[in-house]
Design a protein around this ligand. Structure first.
Ligand code: MRU
Length: 360
């Protein structure tokens, strides 16, 4: 997708520097900075510090991390040990575990070191390419939903989204945003209400930034505003992403998603969750079994922005002795979800339909 009219992906391998290139998302929207990940430690730091974030992109970065680890260690046992360190970075996004396990499964004892290196590189690249294809399919499938609403309403379609499930959270296109980009390309009149998404403001800093760059009309609202807009009929549908979906269709996504889904149900507003099938946790049914990541207090008590001299500055906004609690995700039970928009079609949030995706 576009940044300043130039096409980017969120991650790629640079042969000249022999490193993985990423956009440092902690600097957006104020500065576009491309940084290099040269080894496993760089990868772990980038995921921990959320220089890359969003379930599919975390998975892709971890995949390159396994490649870089093997390239350095040249040993299967040591790479498996290194993989457990990557898995400790962010516990909720299932794509991380999926990608690491997929990479490890490619280390074949019958191959020599050079061959294994090549296989791992190819696999990491394929994980990225497949994610792009899946997001495009989500876009095409979701477009049909927006088209239908537009046909019935015959005027601007207002979509609410939460956090950033845009292209910056994937490799390209995004999950929740892919149908929106397809709608824009089909000349449908769409407008996006962007939840600010405290504490890290992924909505305001990332989603609005990427929609602006693609020329999609959008308005940032605080996380407390959507209820009023739904009550006034100013939201036609909600589309969010997910970090993990249980086999019964319960959804772990950025904190605040659950509240939006409950209010949407109250007003009969469809609530869609856009996911690639790589976000499904086939083994977990109960949402109590999902580990909810808890992050640093500083994410709440400090805020980063531009000062009068246009310099990026972080300031403290709470009393020094106040306590805070910062769970990063919540769970939306399946009864609040109208449908999943997946790369394999639009399906209901129940065990039977989700299982069907696996069999195909
Ligand atoms: O903490 P983050 O920024 O990694 O959380 C991101 C989200 O919650 C996204 O909605 C989710 O990963 C889906 S990304 C396509």
């Amino acid at each position: 997708m576009l940044i300043n009219n130039k096409t980017y992906r969120t991650i790629w391998y640079d042969n000249i520097s022999q490193s993985v290139k990423i956009i440092d998302q902690t600097k957006l929207p104020f500065k576009l900075e491309i940084i290099s990940l040269k080894n496993l430690d760089d990868v772990i730091r980038a995921i921990n510090e959320m220089k890359v974030r969003g379930a599919p992109l975390i998975g892709a970065t971890a995949a390159y991390g396994i490649y870089l680890a093997f390239k350095e260690l040249k040993n299967k046992r040591k790479t498996i040990k290194a993989a457990s360190k990557i898995k400790e970075t962010r516990p909720t996004a299932i794509n991380l575990f999926w990608a690491v396990n997929k990479m490890l499964s490619k280390i074949d004892d019958n191959l020599n070191i050079n061959e294994i290196e090549k296989v791992l590189f190819k696999e990491a690249e394929e994980i990225c390419e497949n994610d792009i294809e899946q997001c495009k399919k989500i876009g095409k499938n979701g477009l049909e939903i927006i088209k239908k609403i537009y046909k019935d309403k015959k005027e601007k379609v207002n979509i609410l989204t939460h956090c950033n499930a845009g292209w910056l959270a994937t490799i390209d296109w995004g999950t929740a945003t892919a149908p929106i980009y397809f709608a824009k390309k089909s000349n449908l009149n769409v407008h996006v209400w962007v939840d600010e998404t405290r504490p890290r403001n992924q909505g305001a800093s990332l989603t609005s930034y990427e929609l602006n760059n693609e020329g999609v009309k959008n308005t940032i609202i605080t996380d407390n505003t959507a209820g009023l807009l739904m009550q006034r009929g100013q939201i036609d549908l909600c589309i969010v992403g997910a970090d993990r979906v249980t086999n019964k269709g319960h959804v772990a996504n950025k904190i605040g998603t659950f509240m939006k889904a409950v209010i949407a149900k109250e007003f009969n507003i469809p609530f869609y969750v856009a996911i690639p099938t790589t976000t499904i946790d086939w083994k977990t049914e109960s949402y109590e079994d999902i580990i909810i990541e808890e992050r640093a207090d500083a994410e709440l008590s400090q805020i980063t922005g531009l000062d009068e001299e246009n310099k990026i500055k972080t300031i403290k906004i709470y009393p020094n002795d106040s306590k805070v609690y910062n769970p990063a995700f919540d769970i939306t039970p399946n009864k609040f979800i109208s449908s999943f928009i997946t790369d394999k079609g639009i399906i209901n949030a129940n065990y039977k339909e989700i299982a069907r995706l696996k069999d195909e």
